[in-house]
Design a protein around this ligand. Structure first.
Ligand SMILES: Cc1cc2nc3c(=O)[nH]c(=O)nc-3n(C[C@H](O)[C@H](O)[C@H](O)COP(=O)(O)OP(=O)(O)OC[C@H]3O[C@@H](n4cnc5c(N)ncnc54)[C@H](O)[C@@H]3O)c2cc1C
Ligand code: FES
Ligand code: FES
Length: 690
């Protein structure tokens, strides 16, 4: 098997037996001893594991730097790339990076678990935008969760890197007084929320230069293969080899970057993965014709947004309606930067679990897929029929997606996307919707109505409703007719579902209310020439006042200089450098075992049986621990309301039933997924009354 070369914080590391199932996060923590990178959710959701990856882009002859969630990425994907972790940014022994000191001094850490991830998201932003706007700063942190500090002090600290750089002291800011010294020296900081104001002097001398070897040596031009315990990862360098490999391994999964990470805790069906991420021909804009744009299947979603921005600049307004909509409506509601920097456009369209926001848009826009195998190529219009509820793939076993074509918009065409999720972005859609309408002589001449998030599949078109509105004027009669037709078409589709209850009444309501929103947006566009502006950006603001009542004389205050002003806590520097040691960061004992817990998956039920037979025989497993193994009482909690391990009844999803103990965490997690629990459901608890 091939050696893998990766640069970590400037140091070249050659890995001789790279296991594709090892994630970058585990590689950094367990093999490189860089415990500053934290693992929180292990599924791309919290940002604690954020690091910066850099590679040399041969098309633009520039190094590209981007934040990623290291828990999602296979080590195999990293060949020929450079990784910067929080340890590579700054440390307490030499010097903190300005990002780290701003975060510590603005009181932006409490437990500090999220802090390395926050630092790395900000670091990746500043490597690309040395003077970002406040909005760019907020956007770069969307994928970083803090569960205890709260975001205001974090944002306050980082705002100081922005071009606007507001200061809690307002007009009294030392910058306005011509004083560039750190404001902790200023007399009136006792009233300020932050004591970190002052002219920014980023010490970029601490930034590692991009490894020169990656510029001169093209690590991505040669095919690579890495073999682990269960997975073999092929990294071809050309489309021709990709097709040959797919013909040779018809069951292999084709991924861009993220495929393995997403499935780590579930047993992998396919033992062969073929990654397209090093195939230059598949990355970026392949062709721009007078009719549309052809995007390579290994184009990341970040790259896709950039291509669309360029098209909006180049094309006349009438042709760029679709691209503007994707940028204005889809982009702000999509996944965070760490995800879109590696997730591919085509991967999003074909995502095997969860909801895709781009699929309904592709259906409504009439996008076209180019598919290839060794002996055949074909084009396929993207319709909802390609995405059935059982997620059965429309691809032949030896086929891959080569590119995706988006048609330019036509004169008189309006297109919009709406999403309702648990929150604005980085979330599955409860319902999303893409609508396209074409007007000729003030009447509807073509229309597409497509929804996602519903139990019919990843996209569901409503052709009868669309058809019934053709030839109509855009007025309230059309709205009434549209709502009535939509409801009828939805009811008819629901009656064909195996379990009609899987469509919730909330989703039903959203189907019609989002249509109403589209109707009113188009009505406004027709009368004013513009879609209504929603959610205008305003920078986050916060203010915290400190009691500065004169309880002490000024000489007493200066003697006890820490009184009456906010002082960063002593662990803050350790948090922001990743040097603070948490339980998971402690060195392991010899032969230490790892446990992965088995959670209840239903809210209220009797446990009928727990079958661990398959899990116990899985690789590396040493045993299963449950209530029977608790030496003392299994009852715990303040008033005896909890159990160490639940064994009779569960009262919420996520209660711990037991744990699989194995030689590695990965083996334990895989085996925990094999434990089968049988429940007898009990009535839902709908009141807090006992
Ligand atoms: C925290 C988080 C938040 C997210 N939020 C959102 C969100 O708000 N909205 C949203 O729409 N998505 C969201 N996503 C999904 C994300 O945008 C990606 O689409 C998803 O993670 C798939 O990853 P990928 O593109 O690397 O696909 P992969 O895992 O590489 O592939 C996905 C599927 O496509 C197939 N495939 C990929 N390329 C090819 C090819 N060339 N030929 C044939 N088959 C191919 C693969 O075999 C696989 O079945 C989120 C993901 C995460 C982790
Ligand atoms: S650990 Fe949560 S995103 Fe990686
Ligand atoms: S989670 Fe952010 S400081 Fe604790």
């Amino acid at each position: 098997m091939d050696d893998l070369v990766v640069f970590v914080n400037g140091k070249k590391i050659t890995v001789s037996k790279a296991d594709p199932e090892v994630t970058l996060a585990h590689f950094l923590r367990d093999k490189c001893g860089l415990k500053g990178t934290k693992i929180g959710c292990n599924e791309g959701g919290c940002g604690a594991c954020t690091v910066m990856v850099s590679h040399y882009d041969r098309k633009s002859a520039k190094p590209i730097h981007y934040a990623v969630n290291s828990c999602l990425l296979s080590l195999a994907w990293l060949h020929g790339k450079a990784v910067t972790t929080v340890e590579g940014v700054g440390n307490t022994a030499t010097k903190l990076h300005p990002i780290q000191s701003k975060l510590a001094n603005s009181h932006g850490t409490q437990c500090g678990f999220c802090s390395p991830g926050m630092v790395m998201s900000m670091y990746a932003l500043l490597r690309n935008e040395p003077r970002p706007t406040q909005q760019q700063i907020e956007n770069c942190l969307i994928g970083n969760y803090c569960r205890c500090t709260g975001y205001r002090p974090i944002i306050d600290g980082f705002y100081e890197f922005s071009s606007a750089s507001p200061c809690a002291l307002g007009q009294n800011c030392c910058k306005n007084q011509g004083n560039t010294a750190d404001a902790t020296n200023a007399a009136d900081t006792t009233n300020a929320a932050s004591n970190t104001v002052g002219e920014l002097s980023p010490d970029y001398l601490q930034d590692y230069i991009f490894p020169p070897e990656l510029k001169v040596k093209d690590y991505h031009s040669a095919e690579k293969c890495y073999k682990g315990e269960r997975v073999t990862w092929y990294q071809p360098a050309s489309v021709a080899r990709l097709l040959e490999l797919k013909a040779q391994f018809p069951k292999a999964k084709v991924v861009c970057a993220q495929g393995v990470g997403n499935n780590l805790s579930a047993p992998l069906q396919d033992s062969t993965i073929i990654s397209t991420s090093n195939i230059q021909e598949l990355s970026g804009l392949r062709e721009a014709t007078p009719n549309g744009i052809q995007i390579g299947s290994a184009t990341t979603i970040s790259q896709f947004w950039n291509i669309l921005s360029d098209m909006v600049e180049q094309l006349p307004e009438s042709q760029s309606a679709l691209y503007k909509t994707i940028l204005a409506d889809v982009r702000p509601r999509f996944a965070c930067r760490q995800v879109i920097n590696v997730a591919s456009l085509v991967g999003n369209l074909l995502i095997p679990v969860g909801q895709s926001d781009l699929t309904p848009v592709c259906v409504a826009a009439g996008a076209v897929l180019s598919l290839r195998s060794v002996n055949k190529s074909r084009s396929l219009l993207v319709t909802d029929k390609l995405f059935p509820a059982d997620r059965k793939s429309f691809l032949a076993d030896d086929e891959v997606v080569e590119s995706l074509f988006f048609p330019h918009s036509a004169q008189g065409e309006f297109i919009r996307f709406y999403k309702q999720g648990d929150r604005k972005s980085v979330t599955n859609s409860i319902v999303n919707a893409a609508y396209r309408v074409q007007f000729t002589d003030s009447k509807v001449s073509a229309m597409s109505i497509v929804y996602g998030g519903l139990p019919f599949g990843m996209a569901k078109a409503f052709p009868q409703t669309s058809q019934s509105l053709i030839g109509r004027e855009w007025n309230e009669k059309l709205l009434e007719e549209g709502v009535a037709r939509l409801t009828a078409e939805l009811n008819s589709a629901t009656s064909d579902l195996k379990s009609p209850d899987s469509l919730t009444s909330y989703q039903k309501t959203l189907v019609t209310s989002l249509f109403y929103k589209f109707y009113s947006d188009v009505a406004e566009k027709l009368s004013t020439g513009k879609f209504p502006e929603v959610g205008q950006y305003t920078a986050i603001k916060g203010k915290q006042l400190y009691d500065d009542s004169p309880v002490a004389t000024s000489s007493e205050v200066s003697a006890a200089s820490h009184c009456f002003k906010p002082v960063p806590h002593r662990s803050a520097d350790l948090h922001v450098t990743g040097e603070a040691t948490y339980v998971d960061d402690m060195p392991p004992y010899a032969d230490e075992l790892h446990m992965a817990v088995v959670y209840s998956e239903v809210a209220h039920a009797k446990i009928v049986s727990i079958d661990t037979s398959e899990a116990i025989n899985a690789l590396g497993v040493r045993g299963y621990v449950s209530a029977e193994d608790v030496p003392g009482s299994n009852v715990c909690g303040l008033i005896g309301e909890e159990r160490v391990f639940y064994n009779e009844k569960v009262e919420s999803v996520g209660q711990i039933l037991g744990g699989i103990v194995a030689d590695t965490l990965q083996h334990a997690q895989i085996a925990a997924g094999l434990v089968k629990v049988e429940y007898e459901k009990l009535p839902a608890i709908l009141t807090i009354k006992v």
